[in-house]
Design a protein around this ligand. Structure first.
Ligand code: NAD
Ligand code: IPM
Ligand code: MN
Length: 365
């Protein structure tokens, strides 16, 4: 039978802690459903800088390109914040994303009923149900434009440039419209077209793409207003498509709506023939790293997205997602989402509990 080969890049801080639990859950899926997963671990980020001097060493790139899918934890941390840009952990992640052509970053934001009202928003704002798919452009814009810093008589001069081309916008917006067809058929495109030339191009291209999708409704929204609307009335969003930097910022805002950044998964899809990339939205969380209390559910839900988008294993993806929902309602909970007064569990307790529920759900009746 077929073997799915997964490159596992744990990275830094809580990255290895949450990735271990996502692998545990995939192993449970494999055992219960008779699917073979092969895991190949490779260093990235600060861990790779320490080991090789390079945050994305050639061996890691080869392991990724030889895999069917990539599972990443998180990179970065205060230890490497003073390194030159080529030795920054984040540079490794950007090279990975570009290297596999992962131009569309899908970040679903859902508020589970068990957590409604536990975040900073009143239950009546989140209670109507939040189910947003943020589609973030991932391989262009400010992250990949020319940048530099120079000495001047008055001090220093630094610059970053935002560049987008028609094809770069077209492909990610088209993906957003396609995904909207499987949902509530509403796309909100977020830009800053009242100021930025790249945003005016974004808007023109988006309108042209919308012509191909007569059955999907398109609305444009300026990014500052979008930030407010996401807090005021999150229920009105279905698919939100936007450029790289805006998507980064708005997805952390989305995380606050759900109760914890530790819950949010992502899938980065792109060029055909290249392996897709799956990573939780959160970072290496230096403030809690090494204590065994990080929430692994974002990483586990990213593994569920891998089952669906990389392997087409829809039944198994659902089993993992339903197991995550079970835990949100019944525990065990890590400290970031534990209800007031409830006992608190660790990263591994949560991973084991999800794996157990996945085995039950996939067991032959
Ligand atoms: P962060 O996402 O690491 O943490 C922000 C806050 O959320 C912290 O209080 C943290 O404890 C909490 N948090 C994050 N994940 C959690 C989890 N799974 N469970 C419980 N709590 C969780 O963001 P930051 O502190 O701004 O950045 C720290 C480092 O991570 C930086 O070096 C940054 O560049 C890097 N980073 C990496 C990625 C990535 O690898 N994809 C993403 C974001 C930030
Ligand atoms: C994310 C992170 C990364 C990004 C950083 C670590 C480069 O914040 O995945 O959201 O900005 O894309
Ligand atoms: Mn981010």
């Amino acid at each position: 039978s077929m073997t799915y080969r997964i490159a596992v890049l744990p990275g830094d801080g809580i990255g290895p802690e949450v990735t271990r639990e996502a692998v545990r859950v995939l192993e449970a899926v494999g055992a219960a459903a008779g699917i073979r997963f092969e895991f190949v671990e490779a260093p990235i980020g600060g861990a790779a800088v320490d080991a090789t001097g390079d945050p994305f060493p050639p061996e890691t790139e080869q392991a990724c390109l030889a895999a069917d899918a990539i599972l990443l934890g998180a990179v970065g941390g205060p230890r490497w914040d003073r390194e030159p840009v080529a030795r920054r952990p984040e540079s490794g992640l950007l090279r990975l994303r570009k290297g596999v052509g992962a131009y569309a970053n899908l970040r679903p934001v859902r508020v589970h009923p068990a957590l409604a009202g536990r975040g900073p928003l009143r239950p009546e704002v989140v209670g109507g149900g939040i189910d947003i798919l943020i589609v973030r452009e991932l391989t262009g814009g400010l992250y990949y434009g020319e940048r530099g810093v120079q000495q001047e008589p008055f001090g220093e001069r630094a610059y970053d440039t935002m560049v987008y081309t028609t094809p770069e916008i077209e492909r990610v917006v088209r993906m957003a419209f396609q995904l909207a067809r499987g949902r509530r058929r509403r796309v909100i495109s977020v830009d800053k077209s009242n100021v930025l030339e790249t945003s005016r191009l974004w808007r023109r291209v988006t309108e042209a793409v919308a012509e191909e999708f007569g059955d999907v409704e398109l609305e444009h929204m300026l990014v500052d207003n979008a930030a407010m609307q996401l807090v005021r009335n999150p229920g009105r969003f279905d698919v939100l498509v936007t450029e790289n930097t805006f998507g980064d910022i708005l997805s952390d805002l989305g995380a606050a709506l759900c109760g914890s950044l530790g819950l949010l998964p992502s899938a980065s899809l792109g060029l055909p023939g290249r392996p897709p990339l799956f990573e939780p939205v959160h970072g290496s969380a230096p403030d809690i790293a090494g204590r065994g209390i990080a929430n692994p559910l974002g990483a586990i839900a990213s593994a569920a997205m891998m089952l669906r988008y990389a392997f087409g294993l829809e039944r198994e993806a659902r089993a993992v997602e339903e197991a995550v929902d079970d835990l949100l309602a019944a525990g065990p909970w890590t400290p970031d989402i534990a209800p007031p007064g409830a006992p608190v569990a660790g990263t591994e307790d949560v991973g084991r509990a999800v794996a157990r529920r996945v085995r039950e759900r996939l067991a032959p009746a």
